[in-house]
Design a protein around this ligand. Structure first.
Ligand code: ATP
Length: 304
């Protein structure tokens, strides 16, 4: 289990991470989402033990990772743009990484490289962006560590490769209780694989929790009202409507508040149909940002 306890990090006058706490259970994937400059990479670097915390601590199975080599050997960290030596190939990278991760088996890496059509003898510098990402994901998956930390994971991969990698992660998560933390912007890629998410903004965590309960007190509804009337103004008077969209017969609503009360007020209008539908990760993120005062309308208002 990973425990992030009251962690803070300041750079000169910037508070990059501000009193952040959450837990990640074993055998799960945690998506660390957030706006640009929210503090995701800084937090991830602290989780990898590369950077010390100003306050708080980060524990992996009860051990503080900072300046703790034995704890670090159970964690594989992949930064946004991983470093590799100028003329090195995947074969040599495997040998290099084996110094830190003795369970990394050359044969498993070669098997995966063959599966993904990557030539282990060619210098990494000749690989495309997506091929480089594949090479580092092979190293990560074959490292045998219990924990993987990624600053962007599927970035640069084509849709087929993204699904292939997801499937490999799913298997490892299920079979050997691998725990993965991913800092990401592309929320769609994480939708069907993350168990828990944390949304960061300006150094703090706005939301953290289970994907199934992630929408909290926000509800997405699809309704059909008699006579196709536009209910926007009427509903906005009584409910905190965050999104209203009407397409043909269907009205889609994202509403904040007590779920029972929302349904009661909507059924008072005698809809032909009303049903709750799950919110996408993007909608949850946008809603959390709107509540935090960071939304597209405001950005444009500030520009005017
Ligand atoms: N080495 C550093 N020195 C000074 N400030 C830094 C340093 N590293 C990060 N920061 C600042 O800390 C804040 C958080 O940066 P961080 O890179 O963690 O954000 P992020 O969420 O990963 O952003 P992005 O999504 O844009 O990659 C930013 O304001 C950034 O300018």
């Amino acid at each position: 289990m990973i425990k992030v306890e009251n962690v803070t990090k300041e750079f000169e006058h910037i508070c990059a991470v501000n009193q952040v706490s959450f837990e990640i259970p074993d055998g799960s994937m945690f998506g660390l989402l957030g706006t640009n400059g929210a503090g995701k990479s800084t937090l991830l670097r602290m989780m990898a033990g590369v950077l010390g915390c100003d306050t708080g601590r980060i524990l992996f199975d009860g051990e503080n990772i900072y300046e703790n080599p034995s704890c670090k050997s159970s964690v594989f960290y992949l930064p946004d743009t991983p470093y590799y030596f100028p003329n090195v190939n995947l074969e040599e990278m495997v040998r290099f990484y084996r110094r830190h991760y003795p369970f990394l088996e050359r044969d498993s890496a070669a098997y995966m490289a063959k599966l993904l059509n990557l030539d282990m003898e060619l210098p990494l510098r000749t690989f495309s962006k997506g091929m480089k990402r594949q090479a580092f994901l092979i190293l990560a998956l074959c490292s045998g560590t219990k924990y993987l930390l990624f600053d962007e994971v599927f970035d640069g991969l084509d849709p087929v490769m993204t699904e292939t990698m997801k499937e490999l992660f799913r298997r490892e998560i299920e079979e050997r209780k691998l725990t993965v933390v991913v800092a990401a912007h592309k929320l769609k890629d994480l939708e069907d694989i993350c168990h828990n998410i944390g949304i960061m903004h300006k150094g703090g965590i706005l939301k953290a929790g289970d994907m199934r309960e992630r929408s909290g007190n926000v509800m997405k509804l699809q309704c059909v009202f008699e006579g196709q009337e536009d209910m926007k103004e009427e509903l906005e008077k009584e409910l905190q409507v965050l999104r209203y969209e009407k397409e043909g017969y269907f009205t889609t609503l994202v509403v904040k508040g007590d779920k029972k009360e929302i349904l009661e007020r909507i059924t008072r209008r005698v809809p032909v149909f009303v049903g709750e539908i799950p919110m996408s990760l993007e909608e949850i993120f946008m809603t959390a940002m709107k509540e935090a005062g960071y939304d597209i309308c405001k950005v444009f208002m500030e520009l005017d």
